[in-house]
Design a protein around this ligand. Structure first.
Ligand code: 9MG
Length: 269
């Protein structure tokens, strides 16, 4: 597996029937495990397991259904591979069950705003990614609006860090994420991307996820997910140059190769 000293690559395993680029493919736990195995072999050091789609327009999933989807997959990955497993969920009960099943991180697109989420995260005492989202997945792309998207997202993330402080979550556990595509137009996403250095200066590891997203499709006039892979790898390189430390992607092999080239040619002094 390639060694990438500066960057962690987070590979995506969606155990859902409707995620936007791989929906339904990994609902079977064995298929999800095979997918994780492939991502790890390609160089992922983190595997993000999600049982509720957060693509634009997605309907929420019940707690039991989400548990039934993710727990067996997390148990299987954590028991077979020496890899960090992240649980992509908004629900406190799923956070707890996932960590009990062997997951190591929480990835919450709602930044621990669900009732009880802050308290559970504090109790579990694990790293947590706080992501910005305007609205909910069901409606977030209908009419996103900001006074100033960069300041609004920065303020939101800073407020969530303070909420974590108040709940007793260690700052050393916090990862921040501007949430590309979550209640944002292409202009919002572009402004935020250019502002990654400013967001990195908040002093927390930054996670960036643009893999296969609509913003790439719009920029490249590419409808098919497969036609967004190269754009995603280029964006990942830029994100790292702008201060990102974790890249969340479906396309681990291509992203790792892009990072290898970046690191080979980066200034040494
Ligand atoms: C679950 N999920 C989908 N897109 C994401 C992104 O950009 N960041 C994080 N943290 N999670 C995401």
């Amino acid at each position: 597996m390639p060694h990438l000293p500066l960057v962690s690559i987070m590979g995506i395993v969606n155990v859902t029937p409707d995620s936007f680029s791989d929906g339904g493919r990994f609902l079977d736990p064995d298929a999800a495990l095979d997918q994780a195995s492939e991502l790890i072999a390609a160089g992922a050091s983190v595997i993000d397991v999600g049982g509720e789609s957060t693509r634009p327009g997605a309907a929420p999933v019940g707690e039991q259904e989400e548990l039934d989807r993710v727990v067996p997959v997390i148990e299987a990955i954590a028991s077979r591979f020496d890899v960090t497993v992240s649980i992509d969920t908004r629900k406190p009960a799923v956070m707890r069950a996932a960590i009990d099943a062997g997951a190591h991180w929480i990835n919450d697109v709602e930044a621990l705003r669900a009732p009880g989420a802050l308290q559970i995260a504090a109790k579990l005492d694990v790293p947590v990614c706080l992501m910005h989202m305007q609205g909910t997945p069901g409606t977030m792309q209908q009419a996103p609006h900001y006074d100033d998207v960069v300041t609004d997202v920065e303020t939101f993330l800073s407020e969530r860090v303070r909420a974590c402080d108040d709940a007793g979550i260690s700052r050393s556990h916090i990862i921040l994420d501007p949430g590309f595509g979550f209640g944002k137009t292409l202009a919002h996403n572009t402004a935020l991307f250019r502002a990654l250095p400013r967001l990195a200066s908040l002093g927390f590891p930054l996670l960036v996820g643009v893999s296969r997203k609509r913003m790439l499709g719009e920029l490249l006039d590419a409808e098919a997910a497969a036609d967004r892979v190269l754009g995603g790898a280029v964006a990942a390189v830029l994100a790292v140059q702008y201060g990102a430390r974790i890249i969340r992607t479906h396309d681990v092999k291509e992203t790792v190769q892009a990072m290898q080239i970046l690191q080979a040619f980066a200034p040494t002094a």
